[in-house]
Design a protein around this ligand. Sequence first.
Ligand SMILES: [Zn+2]
Ligand SMILES: [Zn+2]
Length: 131
Amino acid sequence: MHNTEADGNEYFVCDFCRRCWAEDRQMVEGHRGALICSPCLTVAYTELVHLHMGEERKGTLCTMCLEHRDQAQWESPSYPAAHACVRCVRQAAGVLSKDPESGWKRPEAAAGIVPSEVEKVEEEDVDEEHV
Ligand SMILES: [Zn+2]
Ligand SMILES: [Zn+2]
């Protein structure tokens, strides 16, 4: 979200932890100015992609894309109204990891964790958009 009463770094506020932009807190923007910061993205990516959590929140409104997606969603531990779907988390991870200034890298999977159905869900989704 954007804090319209503030300027500079303070203008950019993560929807998931409500902290503002900083050198080590880069932001990725979703729809309608929704923002997720790099530390939140690290947690969201680890939980959704590596640990396959968030299934129970399927169908809730994603703060980033503003859609009720039928896929796992990460819930902010600080602000439970804020959710991010797997697709948005992956997209944000793609954007941030390609930005050399962010210095952000996708969290590594813990040993022994294999890719899951989350991968398949995303592929189906992408196909739909190309039709
Ligand atoms: Zn955050
Ligand atoms: Zn989403």
